[in-house]
Design a protein around this ligand. Sequence first.
Ligand SMILES: NC(=O)C1=CN([C@@H]2O[C@H](COP(=O)(O)OP(=O)(O)OC[C@H]3O[C@@H](n4cnc5c(N)ncnc54)[C@H](O)[C@@H]3O)[C@@H](O)[C@H]2O)[C@@H](O)CC1
Length: 483
Amino acid sequence: MRRAWRVTDVRAAEKTLMATLPEGTLMQRAAAGLARRCALLLEETGGVYGARVLLLVGSGDNGGDTLYAGAALARRGAQVRALLLTPERVHLAGLAALRQAGGFTTGDLPTRADLILDGIVGIGSRGGLRSQAAAIARGLGALRGRTGERALVVAVDVPSGVAVDTGDVPGEAVTADVTVTFGCLKPAHVLGPAAVRCGHVDLVDIGLGPVLQADPAVRVPEAADIAAWWPRPGATSDKYTRGVVGLATGSVKYPGAALLSAAGALAGPTGMVRYAGSAHYDVVRAHPTVVASRKVADAGRVQAWVCGSGLGTGDEARTELRSVLATSLPVLLDADAITLLVGGEHAEDLRRDAPLVITPHDGEFKRLAGEAPGADRAGAAARLAAWTNAVVLLKGDRTIVATPAGEIWANPTGSPELATAGTGDVLAGLLGSLLAAGLPAVRAAVMAAYVHGLAGRRAAVDGPVTGSDVASALRPVLVDLLG
Ligand SMILES: NC(=O)C1=CN([C@@H]2O[C@H](COP(=O)(O)OP(=O)(O)OC[C@H]3O[C@@H](n4cnc5c(N)ncnc54)[C@H](O)[C@@H]3O)[C@@H](O)[C@H]2O)[C@@H](O)CC1
């Protein structure tokens, strides 16, 4: 698992650490790590000696890191030029180090560079980039290196222009190939469009770990976590001990949603899938192992319910939603079930002790919360989770899972290919299976999003993706993941 901390918590930890160290130590550690990463990149593209390195230097310590790293590269024979955005407020000791190492300053953006270090602004940024910095960020794509290729861009700590705590990109921002960050990850490295701007994220240890007291703001699962958490049957398992997931999805009008949620559930760890709804003939024909009934009330023993996709929003759907919420079982609500919650008619039904998961996309989120998720998607998901007392899985390129207590996870496996009809039904089925297998709601949501994202990527290898393709890709993805 990777974890990211908010700027205020990073600052507090840095302060604690700095109090125990000679002045400037942290910056030296950061700059040394940064220079080493840059040298490795240059070695892959023709060597450090003679390479043209452009430093974009803002007025804060982020610019200081950049100048010291530039000095280290200059000492190895790189031709280092620093473009100072605010020369009157530059980090003086850093500039002196660069000059002493043979580096120069420049007034304009050159046309050639092999490597660009973006030290315009780091975790001290406020709002979008100011006009001069924005113009520079816009112009970087035109710089060419010695091989004629676009210059490599290394962001120092974070790409300039991103909102560090939310992962939003409010305006012009630098797009990096590599982001070298210090001490710990920050939310922008893992959330929203900012994470895309980071490119590959490389963490330099500056000794911050032991003094980082606060809870992380965002957690990111890794393949090893999913494999460790995935339930496997044991010698004494039977279909009931592995869990039975119930699907109150689809309808005569939308049988596809029932089929896709069943396909998602069948790829999960449960021992049995039950279906309750008007698409029962279609479901059993396509998936003979599913045990089907017409109504939730007639479904038989179930350990978690999935309700919503393709259910419709009429009276019958409302009755089924009520039946599901009246159980003392974990429940996942998706699509039409989320729409049915709007208006508060089910407020009483939602007062339940058993876990509840809701999986809105932005439109459903807006309908339910009354406003779009906005720039702070993780914060918005956490607010909706607290309000509904549910685990919220907010779908997106970096799907977010938030708990009522404010724990936030960002899914790293998202793929734009998943933005197509039916993929949400597959996700709901898979997630329901994990709930029925007994996993805590937050973990089930994190695991389902992760595996579903990988399936989207795998399906995309063969061309345009449909919901069925994602369902089919779940099994091979799980074989790879679980070994
Ligand atoms: N504090 C520490 O212990 C360490 C900090 N380090 C570096 O220090 C950085 C933080 O330094 P600072 O606190 O000085 O802050 P920054 O260097 O991130 O930025 C502060 C400066 O940027 C300007 N600025 C703010 N928003 C802007 C915008 N939207 N457009 C253009 N300019 C803007 C401000 O005028 C301010 O002078 C980190 O990101 C990291 O690179 C590292 O050296 C590691 C140790």
